[in-house]
Design a protein around this ligand. Sequence first.
Ligand SMILES: C[S@@+](CC[C@H](N)C(=O)[O-])C[C@H]1O[C@@H](n2cnc3c(N)ncnc32)[C@H](O)[C@@H]1O
Length: 238
Amino acid sequence: MENNKVMPSTLCAGGGVTSQAAYEDKYAKGYGVRYPEGHIIRFYERILKYELGLTSGKVFDFGCGNGTHAEYFQSKGFEVYGVDIIKEAISQAQSIMGERAKLIEPNQSVANLFDTQFDVVFANQSLYYLDNANLRRQVDELYSMTRKGGICFFTMMGRKNGYTKHITKEFDNGLSEVTLSGRLNERTYIRFVNDESELKNIFTPFKSLYIGEYLINLYEPPTYEGNSHHYMFIGKKE
Ligand SMILES: C[S@@+](CC[C@H](N)C(=O)[O-])C[C@H]1O[C@@H](n2cnc3c(N)ncnc32)[C@H](O)[C@@H]1O
């Protein structure tokens, strides 16, 4: 059976499922972007720099992976701090952030890891691995870690994302099990967002400044993975 080769899920304390096993496997095989992604460059150039005039300060990167986006923000003049649940990712991220990159357990509190307030809290393609209760707690923590007037940048997978065609189980906690074969060959647990009003609701109490989306969509002919629709939420702590 095809699914025999798919990485198993990870059970964390409390019995919730996480995507840790899938990411351990991916990073062991060399996973991770080597260059900043287009929507991150646009966030910096169009929003932080041009619209908001924010070109220095401290950034907290939740689910920082190998640190490629931390390196990008550092090259622009920011001091970046990051956390991730995967040892291999953090060891790569430490070559960019040093001790400001820390390994955490899934769903661990990060509010008191660094004794500072942040000008920007940033989570690119990481918060959607959290179930409803942990997502709520994590957003509240990120809010508490942001200085008054500070900015957030968060992405979430949209319900239009092609991964929804590969949902194999739905949980009461908001996560959907997604089982992919072929190129990715993985099982992850994702919290999909239906629309913009749900997005705003999730990221309250941050005040919404900009809502957007990004995607790659090869539709002729349709591919197995389908489109990569993600929402972007850019907000402010007033
Ligand atoms: C799609 S990758 C994005 C990595 C990085 N943010 C980037 O933009 O290149 C998702 C990241 O989220 C991390 N992750 C998954 N579940 C997490 C959790 N519960 N808490 C923190 N990070 C998590 C993974 O280890 C992985 O590094």
